[in-house]
Design a protein around this ligand. Structure first.
Ligand SMILES: Cc1cc2nc3c(=O)[nH]c(=O)nc-3n(C[C@H](O)[C@H](O)[C@H](O)COP(=O)(O)OP(=O)(O)OC[C@H]3O[C@@H](n4cnc5c(N)ncnc54)[C@H](O)[C@@H]3O)c2cc1C
Length: 383
């Protein structure tokens, strides 16, 4: 590896929402830390962060993830001065729907979620169809209305984190793919990238779908990350009321919500993939149209736009946040911040704050603990 290098306290690999929020909270907590962020692409939101469906569902991801979302919602509601000039949340509401075969799933979800979201309302078939009249009453058997669901302004959130990071002295390099990582003899890591070589005390792996590849490069055991492709389609579908809630299948299958004059919809696909710039497949676009037609009884005549992105999960679908424990001290300072699956935007402030506290060896933020976040449940050593 080249002999001249730039030194820093913390180096973050990846500038998606994970890397951006960690960088932001690190410098917020300890402004004299020198932090470098390296991004392989020429822009910061090229991969998953730029491809989300942009909503916040309080219980999405289950009971370990829900407290992260609770903390993050508070941050989005009252973001610090200079973070943004636009509201980050817009009220939407969510309607979980079930067909006759799924009524048991509806009851199970209600029992699990009601302690987190006391506002949940069970809905009859008639209630559901009155809320979203485009739904086919031959398909729907019942539902649950969750008033506490929001559209997120992902671009404003992501850029709020990146701007805050850079304003506080953080250095962001794009076109800076990391190609080699080796432990430094005196401790820490040497990281070679297309933008130069860096020596860092601590290394943050926020590389999304590439998380295991980055670990392998550093000689750290992978944790079994699963990048799963998900497809989104935007299309017109008759008269759409922009105030309709997000409509989502109770078993985490298809969903749709108003977008512009039409609907944004997904079949809820989860196709295993290598880390890559994934594109929507014809079969998933056709399935989205088929599902929408079955659920609404309307014909999808035209697709306005489509995309796909990788939602990356750990083996237990709970994020991995914390230092790798290693086995001989060789892995000192290798920090995982991966596995945000389908909830990485709605949990970013909590994951950023928790990561910063762990990286700096500080007591965990009291508001995180108050909202029920249990840092141990994210410890990478469980894999
Ligand atoms: C279709 C879809 C819908 C979604 N809907 C929602 C939603 O409604 N709400 C929600 O909260 N979440 C949603 N998500 C999930 C959310 O988008 C992700 O959890 C989040 O964006 C993951 O962020 P990340 O920073 O980990 O990954 P990314 O945004 O992929 O960032 C990782 C970055 O690391 C870089 N990188 C990788 N390897 C290297 C290397 N060797 N050197 C340098 N850089 C490297 C990559 O180029 C990339 O930019 C959705 C995801 C998809 C795909």
């Amino acid at each position: 590896m080249q002999e001249t290098y730039q030194e820093c306290d913390v180096l973050i690999i990846g500038s998606g929402i994970a890397g951006a929020s960690v960088g932001y909270f690190l410098l917020n907590e300890q402004p004299d830390t020198s932090v470098v962020m390296l991004e392989a692409e020429s822009t910061t939101s090229f991969h998953t962060t730029g491809r989300s469906a942009a909503f916040l569902l309080p219980f999405y991801g289950g009971d370990k993830v829900a407290p992260l979302t609770k903390f993050s919602k508070l941050f989005y509601e009252e973001s610090p001065e200079n973070f943004t000039t636009t509201p980050l949340l817009q009220h939407r509401g969510a309607l979980h729907i079930a067909n006759p075969d799924q009524m048991h799933s509806l009851e199970r979800y209600y029992k699990e979620a009601i302690s987190f979201i006391p506002e949940l309302e069970m809905q009859t078939k008639e209630d559901v169809c009155a809320r979203v009249p485009i739904l086919n009453d031959n398909y729907v058997a019942g539902g649950i209305y969750d008033p506490d669901c929001y559209d997120l302004d992902v671009s404003a959130i992501h850029h709020g984190f990146l701007r805050g990071f850079q304003t506080a002295g953080g250095e962001l390099y794009t076109n800076a793919q990391v190609v080699e990582i080796s432990p430094n003899e005196g401790g820490g890591w040497l990281v070679a990238s297309k933008a130069g070589v860096f020596k860092t005390k601590k290394l943050v792996n926020a590389a999304g779908a590439w998380g295991d590849k980055v670990a392998e490069m550093a000689g750290v055991a992978p944790i079994g990350l699963m990048p799963l492709r998900r497809t989104i389609v935007v299309c017109p579908l008759g008269e759409v009321d922009k105030q309709w809630p997000l409509v989502i299948d109770i078993d985490d299958g298809f969903y749709f919500r108003p977008e512009g004059e039409g609907l944004l919809a997904s079949p809820g696909d989860e196709t295993p993939s290598e880390p890559c710039d994934c594109q929507p497949e014809e079969i998933d676009i056709a399935k989205t149209a088929h599902d929408l037609e079955a659920i609404t009884g309307k014909v999808v005549a035209k697709i306005d736009s489509k995309w796909a992105g990788l939602r990356t999960f750990t083996p237990d679908r709970v994020p991995a946040i914390g230092f790798d424990t290693g086995f001989d001290g060789q892995h000192d300072g290798f920090f995982w911040c991966v596995g945000q699956g389908g909830f990485g935007i709605q949990t970013a402030p909590a994951i950023g704050q928790l990561s910063a506290d762990l990286l700096l060896g500080r007591p965990i933020n009291t508001e995180l603990l108050k909202q029920g976040v249990k840092p141990d449940s994210f410890a990478p050593k469980r894999f």
